[in-house]
Design a protein around this ligand. Structure first.
Ligand code: AMP
Length: 304
């Protein structure tokens, strides 16, 4: 069972209150693919990089069973993102986005990727998401987005919503996109635009899953971390972990109950991403690590 993930593959420059580092492996597809690879391999990664992209980053992806034949090599400069976290790690400032090779790129899926049963349109322009979705024959299609696309490509994003089974979106963006300040109403309004399932990520507060029936609602707690070092990519890791777990367990047409378990796996996988710069912690995580944290989370959230 395989997963195809398309999105950005980036060089990130990240500053936190403790430290700052440059040319880190970043991008929505990189995080999502590494997270998915914990549960299921191979993962087909579809993206674009420039001439300046370090070989070490590619070697790392390959070592985790991530297939790079859908990764285009372009002569331009790689996509870069420069951001800074403040004392409250929930707030982040984007200083610079260098679209570079991403600007003219159109995803081209190799044959093996086209037949993956689970497709992830990670954060990228809605045009790129549609171009990817035109090529997949997956049983289950998921997508993420961000405020930028809600603001500049709203109509196109509405078209994406009609083509997917699951939308994963963070709380602020869900409210903005749905035009309401109530998160439950926002989840249901987004669902009415197309996807059968919606997940609203709430950062350190966990996530909400909305299913097809009115009573299909699940509140997932976040794993309580003592220290958050760099939350970049947590959302992408959530989506990748969720998709990887579904594929690994043959849940290509998941029920609401299946998705509840998948959400818990995505959420716990994302917790590791927050513990170090870039993918430095995520790339060391095993299925057994995730299972151990899920057991802890179960104990923390169970009550009589
Ligand atoms: P997250 O923290 O889950 O929002 O994901 C952060 C990652 O998204 C970083 O590694 C960035 O390289 C990537 N990113 C930031 N802006 C964009 C964008 N406009 N399109 C695609 N990827 C982006």
């Amino acid at each position: 069972m395989s997963v195809v993930i398309a999105g950005s593959v980036a060089l990130d420059n990240v500053k936190t209150p403790q430290d700052s580092q440059e040319n880190l492996l970043g991008g929505s597809a990189s995080y999502a693919a590494l997270a998915a690879s914990i549960f299921c391999q191979p993962i087909h990664l579809v993206g674009v990089i420039g001439h300046d992209f370090p070989k070490a980053h590619l070697d790392l992806l390959t070592a985790h069973g991530i297939t790079l034949d859908g990764l285009e090599r372009s002569s331009g400069e790689s996509f870069t993102w420069t951001g800074e976290y403040h004392e409250d790690m929930n707030s982040r400032t984007t200083h610079k986005v260098g679209l570079n090779v991403l600007e003219q790129w159109q995803p081209k899926l190799p044959e093996g990727a086209k037949s993956a049963k689970i497709a992830v349109a990670a954060n990228m322009s809605p045009d790129n998401q549609m171009q990817m979705l035109d090529q997949v024959k997956a049983d289950f299609v998921t997508a993420d987005t961000m405020d930028l696309w809600i603001n500049i490509a709203n109509e196109r994003l509405h078209e994406v919503l009609k083509r997917i089974d699951l939308l994963v979106i963070n709380d602020g963006e869900a409210k903005e996109f749905a035009g309401t300040t109530n998160l439950v109403e926002a989840g249901r309004k987004l669902q009415a635009k197309g996807p059968r399932f919606v997940i609203v990520k709430r950062g350190e507060h966990g996530s909400f899953l909305f299913g097809e029936k009115p009573e299909d609602f699940f509140a997932c707690s976040a794993y309580p971390l003592h220290s958050v070092f760099d939350p970049t990519g947590a959302g992408d890791s959530f989506l990748g972990g969720l998709a990887g777990w579904l594929a690994a367990n043959g849940k290509t047409k998941p029920t609401f109950e299946d998705l509840k378990t998948a959400v818990v796996h995505g959420s716990v996988t994302a917790s590791y991403t927050c513990e170090a710069f870039s993918t430095h912690k995520l790339q060391t995580v095993t299925k057994a690590d995730v299972a151990a944290r899920i057991a802890e989370l179960r104990a923390y959230t169970n009550f009589a």
